[in-house]
Design a binder for this molecule. Structure first.
Ligand code: T4K
Length: 377
């Protein structure tokens, strides 16, 4: 479909990579009344407890702790394992993953990704294990579920902890099993930009009941009793306003995912046949949440930055998630070489994530695809 020029000009509103889902305002305001009545605003209040229970069910996991944001959840999940040494992770991710490792006094070792779904290349994993390796922090990037069986097999043989960065996989299942059931712990993000949000927020899912007390204590300054502080914790508590937003949004999340699915299918039908464009294959084992719409523009045919710019000229703001790779950040580049993870470096140069959120009109998807298609000629 070719849009008339004046149609395009009509678009005053920028088309952003995503927009936060919000419940009807009245519904949220109604939820606030008990907070006013009780004056209980934070520190594991009634909404916090209710959300925790409901999310355990929704995420299909046995244990869960809520946090103020996903990053703190990941930092504390790692801290709870009492680790020392090297942690194998991938550089094709948001800054949070690596920072959480480093801020725990651990040394990241970067494993390359595979070029199919951009998750950890498990064939390279074992070669990076040394006597100092203590854990693996793989990333289910864009909601693409890692080779969890391959990772588990290697981790068990080498007695390593596995902590998934599952920030993008809210509500996803692999073979009918909540994705958070894999590994020793998984961190979910409930940030404003995610499929499900609590404004800011996050959670750690885990299987070992003994971790529950530790995570609870870590997010509450390491306090273990009225007069005892056993751990160097911090403030990682989710407050009642966040939990109320979560309880409201949970009622809409299935609908949000369905809407995203229809948009992703439309993107796919428009982009799949275009030469030099690569989309992640769908994994039939996974119930997807359609969190992101990543598109690789292969270098021999396309210039990703030109497409980024062309979209911008049409008031469309795609994002270069994730560029640059973490191992070329200013704060890490003296210790690492981006060329040691060549697939991550290449995908990072070629990728764009296109606008995607439940209320995005189908016509907007067409508009994005028209700009791309125009450039393919
Ligand atoms: N691990 C991974 C793999 C992650 O991707 C993330 C977070 C984390 C860990 C850490 O989890 P959290 O601690 O965040 O829970 C965004 C998000 O801030 C971040 O949560 C997310 N990943 C990352 C991929 O994207 P920015 O800097 O790109 O966000 P920003 O402010 O540019 O927003 C993007 C678009 O979203 C805007 O153009 C409009 C829309 N938006 C944004 C905000 C803040 C809204 O509609 N409403 C809003 O309130 O990082």
């Amino acid at each position: 479909m070719v849009w008339e020029k004046d149609e395009k000009e009509k678009r005053q509103e920028p088309l952003l990579v995503t927009r936060s889902f919000l419940p009807p305002l009245e519904e949220y305001v109604e939820m606030l009344k008990p907070i006013w009545d009780s004056r209980w605003l934070t520190n594991m209040g009634a909404y916090h407890e209710e959300l925790k229970k409901r999310l355990k069910d929704y995420l299909n996991v046995s244990e869960l702790e809520l946090f103020v944001n996903g990053h703190t959840a990941l930092e504390m999940a790692i801290q709870s394992m009492d680790l020392k040494g090297e942690v194998i992770t991938t550089p094709f991710t948001f800054s949070s993953t690596t920072h959480a490792i480093v801020r725990n006094g651990l040394t990241p070792v970067f494993c390359d990704i595979n070029s199919r779904d951009y998750t950890m290349d498990v064939n390279l994993l074992e070669g990076l294990i040394t006597e100092r390796t203590c854990a693996i922090v793989p990333v289910h990037v864009y909601g693409n579920v890692c080779d969890v069986e391959g990772i588990q097999d290697i981790a068990e043989r080498h007695h390593l902890k596995v902590i998934y960065d599952a920030a993008h996989t809210f509500g996803e299942e692999l073979d009918g099993k909540g994705v958070g059931q894999w590994g020793h712990a998984s961190m979910f993000s409930f940030h404003a930009t995610k499929v499900f949000n609590t404004i800011e927020g996050g959670a750690v899912a885990f299987g070992d009941k003994r971790l529950a007390a530790r995570l609870y204590q870590l997010k509450n300054f390491g306090i273990t009793g009225y007069e005892t502080v056993e751990y160097v914790g911090a403030n990682g508590k989710m407050n009642e306003f966040q939990a109320a937003m979560g309880l409201c949004n949970l009622g809409y999340v299935d609908q949000e995912i369905e809407k995203r699915k229809a948009l992703v299918m439309h993107y796919r039908s428009r982009l799949e046949g275009i030469k030099g464009i690569r989309l992640c294959p769908e994994n039939p084992r996974v119930r997807s949440n359609y969190a992101y719409m990543p598109v690789v523009f292969e270098e021999d045919r396309w210039n990703r930055d030109e497409i980024f710019q062309a979209l911008k000229e049409h008031n469309i703001f795609a994002r270069k998630y994730f560029y640059p790779c973490v191992n070329s950040y200013d704060c890490y580049k003296d210790r690492y070489r981006a060329q040691d993870t060549p697939v991550a470096a290449r995908i990072s140069r070629q990728i764009l994530t296109l606008p995607l959120y439940g209320d995005l009109p189908l016509e907007a998807v067409d508009q994005v695809c028209d700009v791309i298609e125009d450039r393919s000629r």
